[in-house]
Ligand binder design. Structure first.
Ligand SMILES: Nc1ncnc2c1ncn2[C@@H]1O[C@H](COP(=O)(O)OP(=O)(O)OP(=O)(O)O)[C@@H](O)[C@H]1O
Ligand SMILES: [Mg+2]
Length: 234
């Protein structure tokens, strides 16, 4: 974003366009639960999850952002909220929960200029077995309940080239956004990761190309966002 940092409007416009593109993809299949992953660390998943979730919340009153990166939580830091309690704590009580949005673990963030409310579930207490938690029946039950309550659910996940935690999450989401930072030169591993996700049942909606030189559109040192559909279903 460095090249565009001073122009907040452009960033909003980019995420509005990304939201619209996803909306147009749901002509036949409903895309309500979207997760974000990438090949490696630092590609911009969490930043993009937050910006995209805010853009959904502007339009849809019931939007939930979930931090599923149990090994490296960061949504709470980006939003400046507490992570005293969150997803892992909610999962321990899931059998007794009637409404997720009413649970104390869910934080309700008022967006700038009062344009909407975003519900946020941070990771919560750290657990020794993140992969098991995200592949559990409890997590599935949580997602089922959340789907019934929210218009849209966005889930920030770990990089799939480093740990497999995002694989079971991607397979139960309606669509996966694959974030690629143009600062990394990792074509082979990107393909391996994307193919691995697809083999495990993920519906890769497309890629979000991050940290792109917005002036030349070539890979470089500027920052920006772009998106494409190079990793579609077929
Ligand atoms: N388009 C961008 N322009 C400038 N800086 C960016 C951009 N996208 C992300 N960053 C910065 O890059 C760093 C990594 O971003 P972020 O934490 O969103 O990545 P991540 O993929 O979630 O990382 P991790 O795998 O560690 O969770 C942060 O400091 C963030 O502010
Ligand atoms: Mg992150």
């Amino acid at each position: 974003m460095a090249g565009k940092k001073s122009n907040q409007f452009d960033v909003k416009e980019i995420f509005r366009n990304l939201r619209t593109n996803i909306e147009f993809m749901q002509m036949d299949d409903e895309i309500k639960v979207i997760n974000l992953t990438s090949t490696t660390k630092n590609e911009g998943k969490s930043t993009i999850s937050v910006n995209l979730a805010k853009m959904y919340a502007v339009k849809y009153p019931k939007t939930l952002l979930v931090d599923c990166d149990l090994r490296n939580p960061s949504i709470h830091r980006i939003l400046g909220i507490t992570n005293a309690s969150g997803l892992t704590n909610l999962l321990t009580q899931i059998k007794d929960i009637k409404k997720i949005d009413e649970m104390s673990m869910v934080q309700h963030i008022e967006l700038d200029e009062g344009v909407g409310i975003l519900s946020v579930l941070t990771t919560g207490s750290s657990v020794p077995n993140p992969a098991e938690v995200l592949a559990s029946k409890r997590f599935r039950k949580f997602l089922e309940m959340a789907k019934a309550e929210y218009d849209y659910i966005l889930m920030d996940c770990s990089p799939v080239g480093i740990v497999a935690d995002a694989v079971p999450v991607s397979s139960i989401c309606d669509g996966t956004l694959f974030v690629i930072s143009s600062e990394e030169n990792q074509k082979k591993s990107i393909k391996m990761c994307a193919d691995g996700l697809k083999r495990n049942g993920a519906n890769i909606l497309g890629i979000v190309l991050n940290k792109v030189d917005s002036k030349t559109k070539k890979y470089g040192y500027g920052y920006g966002y772009g998106y494409g559909y190079g990793y579609g279903k077929d």
